[in-house]
Write a protein that binds this ligand. Sequence first.
Ligand SMILES: NC(=O)c1ccc[n+]([C@@H]2O[C@H](COP(=O)([O-])OP(=O)(O)OC[C@H]3O[C@@H](n4cnc5c(N)ncnc54)[C@H](OP(=O)(O)O)[C@@H]3O)[C@@H](O)[C@H]2O)c1
Length: 227
Amino acid sequence: MRIGVLGTATVGQTIAEKLASLDHDVMVGTRDPEETLARTTSEKAWVLPFGEWHRNHEDVQIGTFAEAASYGELVVNGTSGDASLKVLDAAGAENLDGKILIDIANPLDFSQGMPPSLTVANTDSLGEQIQRAFPGARVVKALNTVTARVMVEPGEVGGGDHTMFVCGNDAAAKEEVTRILKDWFGWRDVLDLGDITNARAMEMYLPLWVRLLSSLSIPMFNVKVVR
Ligand SMILES: NC(=O)c1ccc[n+]([C@@H]2O[C@H](COP(=O)([O-])OP(=O)(O)OC[C@H]3O[C@@H](n4cnc5c(N)ncnc54)[C@H](OP(=O)(O)O)[C@@H]3O)[C@@H](O)[C@H]2O)c1
């Protein structure tokens, strides 16, 4: 499948690498492909500069946000939450129309330092803002509740015995994303929370996630919903 992955940092690199390893045709989207490819340093010590990452992943194409969205039959939003709406504007509504858009972004606000708060919560969410702004896109919120490595290798935590949430308005899109999570990434327990308003809960889990990270000192963890 042709997949456009918007985002060039940890999430973009991790999702693109996994999809390419499964023989999908992947194009990563960024603001300025030339500048991004020329990067030799990274603001975050744990993120490979994209140029360095790409030297080992030449099967992954790189384009603008619009080129990647247009290329993908499926589109993934792995961009900074405070920039996601701007990124998707640049990607172009016409390039998202009718396509499944897996939204991994979290609306984190680091302006007051750590731990971050949320830029939107309680009565709205980034997932809903995206679905409202791009009514033609079939937005499915997923994967935002775990660190990038766990998204694509859930088996590395507790043998994979833990829960991934999804939500969205389009039942068929959610079914397809659930299939992708299970068949491509290895998730065993995918819990459908309902329509896109449930993105509020998935995003409001993040304040707990960052505190768990602080307590555990490692990001390789997840929650399991025991029925
Ligand atoms: N890191 C994780 O393990 C993790 C786990 C769960 C969810 N998430 C969520 O996934 C998303 C991506 O996280 P990340 O850690 O990979 O990277 P990030 O640093 O949050 O986002 C990087 C991406 O955002 C784009 N971006 C940043 N500011 C922008 C702006 N002003 N205008 C346009 N684009 C902008 C960058 O574009 P360029 O390519 O042009 O630089 C880059 O592609 C975030 O919403 C995060 O909360 C992350």
